[in-house]
Ligand binder design. Structure first.
Ligand code: FAD
Length: 382
């Protein structure tokens, strides 16, 4: 029998989530500020799956917890020190799309494997000349009988070395307006003709990949939604999770480390440092208030307005400013990748600094967010 979590009072639910994570989540995987690999989470994932908690937002009939917006926020708040694993692509992005647009056969085949961790999904959207201007993508899928033949390249594919499947946007009609000739396909990354290459980022992790398709045959049954309607399907992906990017947790994580560095270096008596620290602290308070404003909209069943771009901008630019202050406050120690301990807190300052850099690019760059604000919120002339 499935539990009706939504009928439980909020504090009892919060206590249950906290207790489960305290008992089961590996201590060494807490507060790791980077995405974990499948190897790192593969022993923990079956516990979450067995508990029935792998997919908090999915409806119970598909194996999710069926949480309403308030309970989802509590669930996320109680996991602020839990690192994101390669579950993101399947649980957060693809699952809800298959529930809405998938055929009965796709739901039967894929949803249980997402939940169990057997399938880990990468998001294959960006290409070398199609990032902000995604509709220009050129990876092509041509129908040949009951199969598509896929040729082309994707890039910046997160966690792909931990994934074995990809949902990809591909061009299926070159003769129409850019957005109208795109389809979404489910591609097995182990199929012949697929090559996945890791890209080493600044911090030394291979968190991205480039993926090449050379005459890869994909069953027609793997088309999600209608042919040439992939743009509409892909737009359905951005929803509740967009809000979580604006969660102040990364800022709080970095601010606590900035405080520890200041404490250890006696900077809490330096007026310049205290002034900078206080400004950052107040910005994080403001970010928390802004985040709550958008949470309230979700809680009351509303649709997130384009102003949510402001939250993404403010969260990512604030975390970059805090990590810059950390680097400077640590002086010579900020320039090494060795783990340092400040005021009892271990940290890799340069690693944290590096990880904050791409946050203003992924999920839509700051410039693109500003364009959205100028057009849709401020209605400035284009
Ligand atoms: C951490 C991270 C994770 C990612 N994960 C994935 C993933 O899993 N799957 C995936 O498909 N992609 C992923 N991406 C790719 C990401 O979606 C793209 O990097 C992003 O959309 C920007 O595209 P681009 O890199 O091609 O840059 P471009 O679009 O070429 O932009 C280059 C510069 O020009 C600016 N610019 C572009 N257009 C405009 C405009 N109209 N007005 C003003 N300025 C503009 C941009 O802001 C940027 O500064 C990820 C990126 C990052 C950083």
């Amino acid at each position: 029998m499935t539990t009706d979590w939504n009928s439980m009072d909020n504090e009892s639910f919060r206590a249950q989530v906290r207790d489960f994570y305290d008992r089961n989540y590996p201590a060494e995987l807490r507060n790791v500020w980077r995405y974990l690999t499948w190897d790192e989470v593969k022993d923990w994932w079956p516990k979450l799956y067995a508990k029935g908690w792998a997919a908090p937002s999915w409806p119970a009939e598909h194996g999710g917890m069926g949480l309403d917006a308030t309970k989802q926020l509590i669930f996320h708040e109680e996991r602020l020190d839990v690192s994101r694993g390669p579950d993101f692509g399947g649980i957060v992005l693809l699952g809800p799309v298959l529930i809405e647009f998938g055929t009965p056969a796709q739901k039967r085949e894929y949803l249980p494997k997402i939940l169990s961790g057997e399938h880990r999904w990468a998001q294959g959207y960006s290409e070398p000349n199609a990032g902000s201007d995604l509709a220009s993508l050129r990876t092509e899928a041509v129908l040949d009988g009951d199969e598509f033949v896929v040729n082309g390249q994707k890039i910046w594919t997160s966690w792909c070395l931990s994934c074995n499947q990809m949902f990809a946007l591909v061009r299926t009609d070159k003769t129409v307006k850019k957005q109208e000739g795109i389809s979404m396909l489910l591609i097995d990354l182990k199929a012949p003709g697929v090559t996945v290459r890791g890209i080493q980022n600044l911090s030394g992790n291979q968190s991205f990949c480039e993926v090449f398709f050379d005459n890869v045959r994909v069953p027609r049954a793997n088309l999600v939604g209608e042919l040439n309607k992939g743009w509409t399907v892909s737009k359905a992906l951005v929803g509740f999770e967009r809000l979580l990017v604006g969660n102040p947790r990364h800022c709080l994580f970095a601010l606590e480390r900035l405080r520890a560095i200041g404490q250890a270096h006696g900077l809490m008596r330096d007026a310049c440092f205290v002034d900078r620290f206080t400004q950052l602290r107040l910005d994080v308070e403001d970010l928390g208030a802004l985040y709550e404003r958008f949470c309230d909209i979700v809680r009351s069943g509303g649709v997130l307005p384009p102003e949510v771009s402001m939250l993404k901008l403010f969260a990512t630019e604030t975390v970059q400013r805090i990590t810059e202050a950390m680097l400077e406050a640590a002086q010579g120690l900020g320039g090494t990748r060795d783990e340092q301990v400040f005021d009892g807190l271990p940290m890799d300052i340069l690693g944290i600094y590096y990880l904050a850099r791409p946050t203003t690019i992924g999920g839509g760059s700051s410039e693109v967010q500003r364009n959205i604000m100028s057009k849709l919120v401020l209605q400035l002339p284009g």
